[in-house]
Design a protein around this ligand. Structure first.
Ligand code: CMC
Length: 427
Protein backbone atom coordinates (compact mmCIF):
# COMPACT_ATOMS: atom_id res chain seq x y z
CA UNK A 1 0.00 0.00 0.00
CA UNK A 2 1.54 3.30 -1.07
CA UNK A 3 1.54 6.22 1.35
CA UNK A 4 0.33 8.57 -1.35
CA UNK A 5 -2.82 10.30 -2.47
CA UNK A 6 -3.71 10.24 -6.15
CA UNK A 7 -5.58 13.30 -7.32
CA UNK A 8 -7.26 13.47 -10.71
CA UNK A 9 -7.83 16.97 -12.04
CA UNK A 10 -11.04 16.59 -14.02
CA UNK A 11 -10.36 19.87 -15.81
CA UNK A 12 -7.32 18.37 -17.53
CA UNK A 13 -7.56 14.63 -16.88
CA UNK A 14 -4.06 14.79 -15.36
CA UNK A 15 -3.20 12.70 -12.30
CA UNK A 16 -0.93 13.73 -9.44
CA UNK A 17 0.55 11.50 -6.75
CA UNK A 18 1.00 13.33 -3.50
CA UNK A 19 2.96 11.89 -0.55
CA UNK A 20 1.15 11.33 2.74
CA UNK A 21 3.19 11.84 5.94
CA UNK A 22 1.64 11.46 9.39
CA UNK A 23 -1.81 11.26 7.77
CA UNK A 24 -1.26 14.64 6.16
CA UNK A 25 -0.53 16.04 2.73
CA UNK A 26 1.48 19.20 2.28
CA UNK A 27 -0.61 22.06 0.92
CA UNK A 28 2.40 23.18 -1.15
CA UNK A 29 2.23 19.85 -3.06
CA UNK A 30 -1.08 21.04 -4.49
CA UNK A 31 0.64 23.94 -6.22
CA UNK A 32 1.76 21.72 -9.12
CA UNK A 33 -1.90 21.23 -10.09
CA UNK A 34 -2.53 23.68 -12.92
CA UNK A 35 -4.61 23.93 -16.06
CA UNK A 36 -2.27 26.42 -17.67
CA UNK A 37 1.50 26.33 -16.92
CA UNK A 38 1.42 30.11 -16.30
CA UNK A 39 -1.17 30.02 -13.54
CA UNK A 40 -0.29 30.13 -9.84
CA UNK A 41 -1.44 26.61 -9.07
CA UNK A 42 -3.93 25.00 -6.69
CA UNK A 43 -4.22 26.17 -3.09
CA UNK A 44 -6.33 24.85 -0.24
CA UNK A 45 -8.93 27.19 1.28
CA UNK A 46 -9.36 26.82 5.03
CA UNK A 47 -10.80 29.84 6.83
CA UNK A 48 -10.21 29.61 10.60
CA UNK A 49 -7.75 26.73 9.96
CA UNK A 50 -10.35 24.07 10.69
CA UNK A 51 -8.41 21.32 8.94
CA UNK A 52 -4.92 22.69 8.53
CA UNK A 53 -1.95 21.66 10.67
CA UNK A 54 0.39 24.65 10.96
CA UNK A 55 3.23 22.79 12.69
CA UNK A 56 4.63 19.52 13.94
CA UNK A 57 4.56 19.68 17.72
CA UNK A 58 5.69 17.53 20.64
CA UNK A 59 4.18 19.67 23.41
CA UNK A 60 0.49 18.89 23.91
CA UNK A 61 -1.79 16.13 22.68
CA UNK A 62 -5.57 16.47 22.50
CA UNK A 63 -8.09 13.87 21.37
CA UNK A 64 -11.25 15.95 21.18
CA UNK A 65 -13.59 12.99 20.60
CA UNK A 66 -12.33 11.07 23.59
CA UNK A 67 -11.80 14.08 25.87
CA UNK A 68 -8.04 13.46 26.27
CA UNK A 69 -5.49 16.17 27.11
CA UNK A 70 -1.81 15.42 27.76
CA UNK A 71 1.20 17.67 28.24
CA UNK A 72 4.38 16.00 26.95
CA UNK A 73 2.53 12.69 27.23
CA UNK A 74 1.33 13.11 30.82
CA UNK A 75 -2.48 13.03 31.29
CA UNK A 76 -3.88 16.32 32.59
CA UNK A 77 -5.70 14.49 35.39
CA UNK A 78 -2.37 13.13 36.75
CA UNK A 79 -0.67 16.50 36.52
CA UNK A 80 -3.61 18.18 38.29
CA UNK A 81 -3.42 15.59 41.05
CA UNK A 82 0.34 15.26 41.56
CA UNK A 83 2.17 18.17 39.94
CA UNK A 84 2.53 21.86 40.68
CA UNK A 85 2.27 24.72 38.24
CA UNK A 86 5.99 25.47 38.32
CA UNK A 87 6.83 21.80 37.71
CA UNK A 88 4.29 21.63 34.86
CA UNK A 89 5.74 24.82 33.36
CA UNK A 90 9.20 23.22 33.47
CA UNK A 91 7.80 20.10 31.80
CA UNK A 92 6.17 22.10 29.01
CA UNK A 93 9.27 24.17 28.39
CA UNK A 94 11.88 21.41 28.64
CA UNK A 95 10.01 18.28 27.60
CA UNK A 96 10.74 16.29 30.79
CA UNK A 97 9.77 16.50 34.44
CA UNK A 98 12.53 18.18 36.50
CA UNK A 99 14.67 16.47 39.11
CA UNK A 100 14.40 17.87 42.66
CA UNK A 101 17.51 20.03 42.08
CA UNK A 102 16.26 21.29 38.71
CA UNK A 103 12.88 22.20 40.21
CA UNK A 104 14.47 23.98 43.15
CA UNK A 105 16.67 26.06 40.91
CA UNK A 106 13.77 26.83 38.49
CA UNK A 107 11.54 27.97 41.37
CA UNK A 108 14.34 30.11 42.82
CA UNK A 109 14.82 31.68 39.40
CA UNK A 110 11.09 32.46 39.12
CA UNK A 111 11.12 33.93 42.64
CA UNK A 112 14.08 36.12 41.73
CA UNK A 113 12.38 37.46 38.60
CA UNK A 114 8.99 38.07 40.24
CA UNK A 115 9.32 41.83 41.02
CA UNK A 116 8.36 44.34 38.35
CA UNK A 117 10.61 47.18 37.19
CA UNK A 118 9.63 50.47 38.89
CA UNK A 119 8.75 51.97 35.49
CA UNK A 120 6.15 49.26 34.87
CA UNK A 121 4.55 50.09 38.22
CA UNK A 122 4.37 53.75 37.12
CA UNK A 123 2.86 52.64 33.83
CA UNK A 124 0.21 50.68 35.76
CA UNK A 125 -0.50 53.82 37.82
CA UNK A 126 -1.36 55.63 34.61
CA UNK A 127 -4.31 53.41 33.67
CA UNK A 128 -7.88 54.49 34.49
CA UNK A 129 -9.03 52.76 37.70
CA UNK A 130 -11.80 51.06 35.71
CA UNK A 131 -9.46 49.91 32.92
CA UNK A 132 -10.09 46.29 31.98
CA UNK A 133 -7.35 44.17 33.62
CA UNK A 134 -6.72 42.34 30.34
CA UNK A 135 -6.07 45.63 28.54
CA UNK A 136 -3.67 46.51 31.34
CA UNK A 137 -2.08 43.06 31.24
CA UNK A 138 -1.36 42.91 27.54
CA UNK A 139 -0.07 46.50 27.46
CA UNK A 140 2.27 45.89 30.41
CA UNK A 141 3.60 42.61 29.01
CA UNK A 142 4.37 44.47 25.77
CA UNK A 143 5.97 47.33 27.72
CA UNK A 144 8.34 44.88 29.45
CA UNK A 145 10.03 44.47 26.07
CA UNK A 146 11.35 48.04 26.42
CA UNK A 147 13.08 47.10 29.71
CA UNK A 148 14.80 44.05 28.29
CA UNK A 149 16.09 44.98 24.82
CA UNK A 150 18.46 41.98 25.03
CA UNK A 151 15.32 39.82 24.65
CA UNK A 152 15.72 40.36 20.90
CA UNK A 153 18.55 37.76 20.98
CA UNK A 154 15.97 35.02 20.56
CA UNK A 155 18.40 32.44 19.14
CA UNK A 156 20.81 32.74 22.08
CA UNK A 157 19.71 29.85 24.31
CA UNK A 158 20.94 31.29 27.62
CA UNK A 159 19.49 34.70 26.92
CA UNK A 160 16.17 33.18 25.89
CA UNK A 161 16.05 31.10 29.09
CA UNK A 162 16.28 34.30 31.16
CA UNK A 163 13.53 36.07 29.20
CA UNK A 164 11.29 33.00 29.53
CA UNK A 165 11.71 33.00 33.32
CA UNK A 166 11.03 36.75 33.41
CA UNK A 167 7.81 36.42 31.43
CA UNK A 168 6.38 33.60 33.54
CA UNK A 169 7.55 35.14 36.83
CA UNK A 170 6.37 38.70 36.19
CA UNK A 171 2.92 37.89 34.77
CA UNK A 172 1.37 37.44 38.28
CA UNK A 173 2.67 40.81 39.52
CA UNK A 174 1.17 42.56 36.49
CA UNK A 175 -2.17 40.84 37.12
CA UNK A 176 -2.11 41.52 40.86
CA UNK A 177 -1.11 45.16 40.52
CA UNK A 178 -3.79 45.85 37.92
CA UNK A 179 -6.27 44.71 40.58
CA UNK A 180 -4.57 46.75 43.35
CA UNK A 181 -4.50 49.86 41.17
CA UNK A 182 -8.19 49.48 40.20
CA UNK A 183 -9.07 49.29 43.88
CA UNK A 184 -6.82 52.16 44.97
CA UNK A 185 -4.62 49.80 47.00
CA UNK A 186 -0.82 50.01 47.38
CA UNK A 187 1.32 47.41 45.60
CA UNK A 188 2.58 44.45 47.66
CA UNK A 189 6.06 43.14 46.86
CA UNK A 190 6.28 39.48 45.81
CA UNK A 191 7.33 37.23 48.70
CA UNK A 192 9.97 34.83 47.39
CA UNK A 193 9.40 32.49 50.35
CA UNK A 194 5.94 31.62 48.97
CA UNK A 195 5.15 29.29 46.07
CA UNK A 196 3.97 30.63 42.69
CA UNK A 197 0.21 30.71 43.45
CA UNK A 198 0.70 31.78 47.09
CA UNK A 199 2.98 34.63 46.03
CA UNK A 200 0.33 35.81 43.58
CA UNK A 201 -2.38 35.66 46.27
CA UNK A 202 -0.09 37.63 48.60
CA UNK A 203 0.42 40.38 45.99
CA UNK A 204 -3.36 40.51 45.49
CA UNK A 205 -4.77 40.24 48.97
CA UNK A 206 -1.83 40.92 51.34
CA UNK A 207 -0.64 44.18 52.90
CA UNK A 208 2.69 45.86 52.09
CA UNK A 209 5.39 44.78 54.53
CA UNK A 210 3.14 42.32 56.39
CA UNK A 211 3.58 38.55 56.10
CA UNK A 212 0.83 36.78 54.15
CA UNK A 213 -0.19 33.18 54.64
CA UNK A 214 -2.39 31.85 51.85
CA UNK A 215 -5.19 29.43 52.65
CA UNK A 216 -3.72 26.06 51.55
CA UNK A 217 -6.94 24.87 49.88
CA UNK A 218 -7.30 28.07 47.84
CA UNK A 219 -3.59 28.16 47.01
CA UNK A 220 -3.70 24.58 45.76
CA UNK A 221 -6.94 25.17 43.80
CA UNK A 222 -5.39 28.18 42.06
CA UNK A 223 -2.23 26.19 41.32
CA UNK A 224 -4.35 23.43 39.78
CA UNK A 225 -6.28 25.99 37.70
CA UNK A 226 -2.96 27.31 36.39
CA UNK A 227 -1.90 23.73 35.51
CA UNK A 228 -5.16 23.12 33.65
CA UNK A 229 -4.70 26.30 31.61
CA UNK A 230 -0.98 25.86 30.96
CA UNK A 231 -1.25 24.71 27.34
CA UNK A 232 -3.81 23.68 24.76
CA UNK A 233 -1.87 23.16 21.53
CA UNK A 234 -2.69 25.38 18.54
CA UNK A 235 -5.53 27.50 19.95
CA UNK A 236 -6.19 31.10 18.85
CA UNK A 237 -3.77 32.81 21.28
CA UNK A 238 -1.01 30.23 20.82
CA UNK A 239 -1.31 30.55 17.06
CA UNK A 240 -1.03 34.32 17.57
CA UNK A 241 2.12 33.81 19.67
CA UNK A 242 3.65 31.57 17.01
CA UNK A 243 2.52 33.89 14.22
CA UNK A 244 4.00 37.01 15.81
CA UNK A 245 7.10 35.11 16.93
CA UNK A 246 7.62 33.88 13.37
CA UNK A 247 8.63 37.45 12.44
CA UNK A 248 11.38 37.07 15.10
CA UNK A 249 9.76 39.67 17.36
CA UNK A 250 10.95 39.43 20.98
CA UNK A 251 8.98 37.17 23.35
CA UNK A 252 7.45 40.07 25.33
CA UNK A 253 5.95 41.53 22.13
CA UNK A 254 4.81 38.07 21.02
CA UNK A 255 3.17 37.30 24.37
CA UNK A 256 1.42 40.69 24.42
CA UNK A 257 -0.17 39.64 21.11
CA UNK A 258 -1.09 36.23 22.47
CA UNK A 259 -2.75 37.89 25.48
CA UNK A 260 -4.70 40.15 23.10
CA UNK A 261 -6.01 37.08 21.28
CA UNK A 262 -6.96 35.49 24.60
CA UNK A 263 -8.94 38.59 25.63
CA UNK A 264 -11.88 37.89 23.27
CA UNK A 265 -15.12 36.35 24.61
CA UNK A 266 -14.89 33.32 22.31
CA UNK A 267 -11.51 32.42 23.81
CA UNK A 268 -10.16 33.28 27.30
CA UNK A 269 -12.78 35.98 27.79
CA UNK A 270 -15.43 33.24 28.02
CA UNK A 271 -14.90 32.68 31.77
CA UNK A 272 -15.88 36.28 32.45
CA UNK A 273 -18.81 35.97 30.03
CA UNK A 274 -20.02 32.84 31.86
CA UNK A 275 -20.22 34.67 35.19
CA UNK A 276 -22.06 37.59 33.62
CA UNK A 277 -24.42 35.13 31.94
CA UNK A 278 -25.13 33.27 35.21
CA UNK A 279 -25.75 36.55 37.03
CA UNK A 280 -28.10 37.71 34.25
CA UNK A 281 -30.07 34.43 34.39
CA UNK A 282 -30.49 35.18 38.10
CA UNK A 283 -32.24 32.01 39.29
CA UNK A 284 -32.66 28.34 38.48
CA UNK A 285 -36.29 29.01 37.46
CA UNK A 286 -35.12 31.17 34.57
CA UNK A 287 -32.83 28.48 33.10
CA UNK A 288 -35.41 26.86 30.71
CA UNK A 289 -36.25 30.27 29.22
CA UNK A 290 -32.57 31.07 28.76
CA UNK A 291 -31.94 27.74 27.02
CA UNK A 292 -34.90 28.44 24.72
CA UNK A 293 -33.32 31.76 23.71
CA UNK A 294 -29.94 30.15 23.02
CA UNK A 295 -31.65 27.56 20.81
CA UNK A 296 -33.46 30.35 18.96
CA UNK A 297 -30.04 31.85 18.16
CA UNK A 298 -30.35 34.73 20.66
CA UNK A 299 -26.91 34.41 22.20
CA UNK A 300 -24.68 31.49 23.13
CA UNK A 301 -24.45 29.33 26.20
CA UNK A 302 -21.06 30.63 27.26
CA UNK A 303 -18.63 28.04 28.64
CA UNK A 304 -20.11 25.40 26.31
CA UNK A 305 -18.72 24.08 23.05
CA UNK A 306 -15.19 23.82 21.74
CA UNK A 307 -13.51 23.67 18.36
CA UNK A 308 -11.62 20.52 19.33
CA UNK A 309 -13.51 18.83 22.21
CA UNK A 310 -16.61 17.10 21.01
CA UNK A 311 -17.07 15.46 24.40
CA UNK A 312 -16.65 16.62 28.00
CA UNK A 313 -13.58 18.87 28.34
CA UNK A 314 -11.34 16.92 30.79
CA UNK A 315 -10.32 20.21 32.40
CA UNK A 316 -13.96 20.98 33.25
CA UNK A 317 -14.19 17.68 35.19
CA UNK A 318 -11.18 18.58 37.35
CA UNK A 319 -12.42 22.15 37.86
CA UNK A 320 -15.88 21.01 38.95
CA UNK A 321 -14.27 18.81 41.65
CA UNK A 322 -12.09 21.72 42.79
CA UNK A 323 -15.15 24.00 42.97
CA UNK A 324 -16.62 21.88 45.75
CA UNK A 325 -13.32 21.95 47.70
CA UNK A 326 -13.04 25.71 47.36
CA UNK A 327 -16.66 26.26 48.39
CA UNK A 328 -15.98 24.38 51.65
CA UNK A 329 -13.60 27.23 52.53
CA UNK A 330 -15.33 30.22 50.92
CA UNK A 331 -18.99 29.20 51.16
CA UNK A 332 -21.02 28.04 48.17
CA UNK A 333 -21.22 30.40 45.21
CA UNK A 334 -24.99 30.94 44.77
CA UNK A 335 -24.53 30.89 40.97
CA UNK A 336 -23.40 27.24 41.16
CA UNK A 337 -26.98 25.97 41.22
CA UNK A 338 -27.76 27.89 38.02
CA UNK A 339 -24.64 26.43 36.36
CA UNK A 340 -25.53 22.88 37.41
CA UNK A 341 -29.09 23.28 36.11
CA UNK A 342 -27.83 24.73 32.80
CA UNK A 343 -25.47 21.80 32.42
CA UNK A 344 -28.17 19.26 33.32
CA UNK A 345 -30.64 20.63 30.75
CA UNK A 346 -28.05 21.23 28.04
CA UNK A 347 -26.57 17.73 28.28
CA UNK A 348 -29.95 16.15 27.52
CA UNK A 349 -31.26 18.69 25.02
CA UNK A 350 -31.19 17.68 21.35
CA UNK A 351 -29.78 21.06 20.22
CA UNK A 352 -26.65 20.62 22.36
CA UNK A 353 -26.41 16.83 21.98
CA UNK A 354 -26.54 16.95 18.17
CA UNK A 355 -23.91 19.69 18.02
CA UNK A 356 -21.82 17.87 20.64
CA UNK A 357 -21.65 20.90 22.92
CA UNK A 358 -20.30 20.13 26.40
CA UNK A 359 -18.99 22.31 29.25
CA UNK A 360 -15.49 23.61 28.54
CA UNK A 361 -12.73 24.83 30.88
CA UNK A 362 -14.45 28.19 31.32
CA UNK A 363 -17.81 26.92 32.51
CA UNK A 364 -16.90 26.32 36.16
CA UNK A 365 -13.58 28.19 36.55
CA UNK A 366 -15.26 31.59 37.01
CA UNK A 367 -17.34 30.28 39.91
CA UNK A 368 -14.15 29.32 41.75
CA UNK A 369 -12.41 32.58 40.93
CA UNK A 370 -15.38 34.59 42.16
CA UNK A 371 -15.58 32.59 45.38
CA UNK A 372 -11.88 33.36 45.92
CA UNK A 373 -12.61 37.08 45.72
CA UNK A 374 -11.73 37.83 42.08
CA UNK A 375 -13.93 40.18 40.06
CA UNK A 376 -15.05 38.71 36.66
CA UNK A 377 -12.87 41.18 34.76
CA UNK A 378 -9.80 39.52 36.35
CA UNK A 379 -10.68 35.99 35.21
CA UNK A 380 -9.02 36.18 31.82
CA UNK A 381 -5.84 37.50 33.44
CA UNK A 382 -5.78 34.33 35.56
CA UNK A 383 -6.09 32.30 32.36
CA UNK A 384 -3.20 34.30 30.84
CA UNK A 385 -0.90 33.76 33.84
CA UNK A 386 -1.55 30.02 33.59
CA UNK A 387 -1.16 29.93 29.80
CA UNK A 388 2.19 31.76 29.71
CA UNK A 389 4.35 28.57 29.84
CA UNK A 390 2.36 27.00 27.01
CA UNK A 391 2.62 30.06 24.81
CA UNK A 392 6.35 30.18 25.42
CA UNK A 393 6.94 26.43 24.99
CA UNK A 394 5.16 26.58 21.63
CA UNK A 395 7.08 29.71 20.61
CA UNK A 396 10.41 28.04 21.45
CA UNK A 397 9.44 24.94 19.52
CA UNK A 398 8.63 27.16 16.54
CA UNK A 399 12.00 28.92 16.74
CA UNK A 400 13.84 25.57 16.69
CA UNK A 401 11.73 24.10 13.89
CA UNK A 402 13.64 24.29 10.60
CA UNK A 403 10.39 23.87 8.66
CA UNK A 404 8.99 27.14 10.01
CA UNK A 405 9.23 30.49 8.27
CA UNK A 406 7.47 33.80 8.76
CA UNK A 407 3.73 33.01 8.92
CA UNK A 408 2.09 34.30 5.81
CA UNK A 409 -1.17 32.77 4.57
CA UNK A 410 -2.43 33.14 1.02
CA UNK A 411 -5.79 34.61 0.02
CA UNK A 412 -8.33 34.17 -2.72
CA UNK A 413 -8.72 37.65 -4.12
CA UNK A 414 -12.32 38.47 -5.08
CA UNK A 415 -12.09 42.28 -5.15
CA UNK A 416 -12.18 44.76 -8.02
CA UNK A 417 -9.95 44.30 -11.04
CA UNK A 418 -7.56 47.07 -12.06
CA UNK A 419 -9.27 50.45 -12.40
CA UNK A 420 -8.14 54.07 -12.71
CA UNK A 421 -8.10 56.46 -9.78
CA UNK A 422 -11.18 58.72 -9.77
CA UNK A 423 -10.55 62.37 -8.82
CA UNK A 424 -12.63 63.64 -5.89
CA UNK A 425 -14.86 65.94 -7.99
CA UNK A 426 -15.89 63.04 -10.25
CA UNK A 427 -17.08 60.61 -7.52
N1 CMC B 1 -24.07 27.93 22.61
C1 CMC B 1 -24.98 27.67 21.66
N2 CMC B 1 -24.70 27.18 20.45
C2 CMC B 1 -23.42 26.93 20.18
C3 CMC B 1 -22.40 27.17 21.12
C4 CMC B 1 -22.76 27.67 22.38
N3 CMC B 1 -21.84 27.91 23.31
N4 CMC B 1 -21.20 26.82 20.58
C5 CMC B 1 -21.45 26.39 19.35
N5 CMC B 1 -22.80 26.45 19.10
C6 CMC B 1 -23.49 26.03 17.88
C7 CMC B 1 -23.29 27.03 16.75
O1 CMC B 1 -24.33 27.99 16.76
C8 CMC B 1 -23.33 26.12 15.55
O2 CMC B 1 -24.67 25.79 15.32
P1 CMC B 1 -25.21 25.64 13.79
O3 CMC B 1 -24.44 24.46 13.24
O4 CMC B 1 -26.67 25.42 13.92
O5 CMC B 1 -24.84 26.92 13.11
C9 CMC B 1 -22.63 24.85 16.03
O6 CMC B 1 -22.85 24.82 17.45
C10 CMC B 1 -21.13 24.81 15.75
O7 CMC B 1 -20.56 26.00 16.32
P2 CMC B 1 -19.33 26.79 15.72
O8 CMC B 1 -19.44 28.22 16.13
O9 CMC B 1 -19.23 26.48 14.24
O10 CMC B 1 -18.14 26.08 16.46
P3 CMC B 1 -16.67 26.62 16.55
O11 CMC B 1 -15.80 25.43 16.63
O12 CMC B 1 -16.38 27.61 15.48
O13 CMC B 1 -16.68 27.42 17.93
C11 CMC B 1 -16.47 28.03 20.19
C12 CMC B 1 -16.12 26.98 19.11
C13 CMC B 1 -15.76 27.68 21.48
C14 CMC B 1 -16.02 29.42 19.71
C15 CMC B 1 -18.01 28.02 20.38
O14 CMC B 1 -18.43 26.74 20.83
C16 CMC B 1 -18.46 29.09 21.36
O15 CMC B 1 -18.70 30.24 20.96
N6 CMC B 1 -18.62 28.75 22.68
C17 CMC B 1 -18.96 29.75 23.67
C18 CMC B 1 -17.73 30.53 24.06
C19 CMC B 1 -16.79 29.73 24.93
O16 CMC B 1 -17.21 29.09 25.89
N7 CMC B 1 -15.49 29.79 24.62
C20 CMC B 1 -14.45 29.14 25.40
C21 CMC B 1 -13.79 28.04 24.66
S1 CMC B 1 -12.80 27.00 25.74
C22 CMC B 1 -11.51 27.99 26.30
C23 CMC B 1 -10.67 28.51 25.22
O17 CMC B 1 -10.08 27.77 24.44
O18 CMC B 1 -10.53 29.73 25.18
Amino acid sequence: MADTLTITDNRTGRQYEIPITDGTIRAIDLRQIKVDPDEFGMMSYDPAFQNTASCRSRVTFIDGDKGILRYRGYPIEQLAEHSTFTETAYLLLNGELPTAAELESWEAELGGHAPLPEGIKSLLDGFQPDAHPMGVFLSSVGALSTYYPDAKQIFDDENRRIQVARLIAKAPAIGAYSYRHANGLPYVDPDSSLGFAGRFLGMLFGEPGAPYTPDPVLERALDILFILHADHEQNCSTSAMRGIGSSQADPFASMAGAAAALYGPLHGGANEAVLRMLAAIGSVDNVPDFIKKVKAGEGRLMGFGHRVYKSYDPRATVIKEQAYRVFEVTGRNPLLDIAIELERIALQDDYFVQRRLYPNVDFYSGLIYEAMGFKPAMFTVLFAIGRAPGWIAQWQEMLRDKAQKIARPRQIYLGAGERDYVPMDQR
